[in-house]
Design a protein around this ligand. Structure first.
Ligand SMILES: [Zn+2]
Length: 305
């Protein structure tokens, strides 16, 4: 664990046993909050880390989710069982899946393919412990201190970013993409409901908040919040062009070729070890599959407009 700002601890949730790939955040307070428990396969490790940080079974007040992809939320049911007083804060579209996860798990495993066992599943959370968070919802961590939930659709329709108001730390989830140690930023555009236009709009909204620090789920704080947002916006614009142009030229293969022209993954990420991790996770393939679904929807919307 690393304290990235006063009261904000980064905990490495080590998806697939790899360090520097997935992160959770513990926000200190009289009502401590854990943001994004990570995959179910890491729940035991995370519970141990929380114990080491002095968070006892009755202490954790909140489990807060940026979104319900299994590398972020898979440990929720296990954590909720280990911390029986914690309530789970999630976007409206995520709530029913946490209470009844079978469909979400099946659909996620279909997308993940070979990496499904690395993630594990998701145990159900009792519906009465789930708190639906609209845009602007505040999660109290102290008498005078809270986390603000900011709706940031794009990576997924139900994606939210979490602003720690005291420190100005913005726990941004996957809203701008992934930047693993040694490599550069690259967006994640997975199935099934990535939206490039909404994603760019979300980045603009986040910029208005002038965060003091941006920390990515994959992985950790960036050097300069403003530069990160600008870079992500530019990258999403390129991927949007690639998706639409490539799709017209020839479906998924066309998109892959256009992505190579507009935002080549090798050159953009620029680090062999980071690229190897991307490919191990199949994030490069998920990106093309997600862009194809988005391009299809855009074309269908145009046809019916
Ligand atoms: Zn995600």
């Amino acid at each position: 664990m690393t304290e990235i700002a006063p009261g904000v601890q980064l905990i490495d949730t080590q998806l697939g046993g790899r360090r520097g790939l997935t992160s959770a955040y513990l926000i200190a307070g009289t009502q401590p909050a854990l943001v994004d428990p990570g995959p179910e396969t890491s729940a035991g490790l995370l519970i141990g880390e929380l114990h080491d940080l002095g968070v006892g079974p009755d202490d954790l007040a909140w489990i807060v989710l940026t979104h319900i992809h299994l590398d972020h939320c898979g440990g929720t049911g296990a954590l909720a069982a280990a911390f029986p007083r914690a309530r789970v804060v999630v976007h409206e579209r995520g709530a029913r899946h946490l209470a009844d996860p079978a469909r979400l798990v099946a659909a996620s495993h279909e997308v993940f393919g070979a990496t499904a066992p690395l993630h594990g599943g998701l145990a159900a959370t009792a519906a009465e412990r789930i708190v639906v968070a609209p845009d602007g919802h505040r999660v109290p961590v102290n008498d005078d201190e809270s986390l603000e939930m900011i709706a940031t659709p794009g990576h997924a329709r139900h994606h939210m970013s979490v602003l720690h108001q005291t420190s100005g730390v913005l726990i941004i989830g996957d809203a701008v993409g992934t930047q693993l140690k040694g490599g550069n930023l690259y967006p994640n555009t997975p199935p099934s409901d990535v939206d490039i236009v909404a994603g760019r709009h979300s980045i603009t909204r986040l910029g208005v908040r002038r965060p003091a620090l941006i920390t990515l789920s994959h992985f950790g704080p960036t050097d300069d919040p403003e530069a990160t947002l600008a870079e992500a916006d530019d990258a999403l614009e390129r991927l949007g062009h690639a998706a639409l142009e490539g799709y017209r030229e020839g479906g998924r293969a066309g998109i892959a070729a256009a992505v190579d022209r507009y935002l080549p993954i090798d050159e953009t990420i620029g680090d062999a070890d980071v690229l190897a991790l991307w490919r191990w996770m199949a994030w490069d393939q998920h990106n093309i599959a997600g862009l194809e679904i988005w391009a299809q929807r855009q074309e269908a919307d145009k046809a019916t407009a």
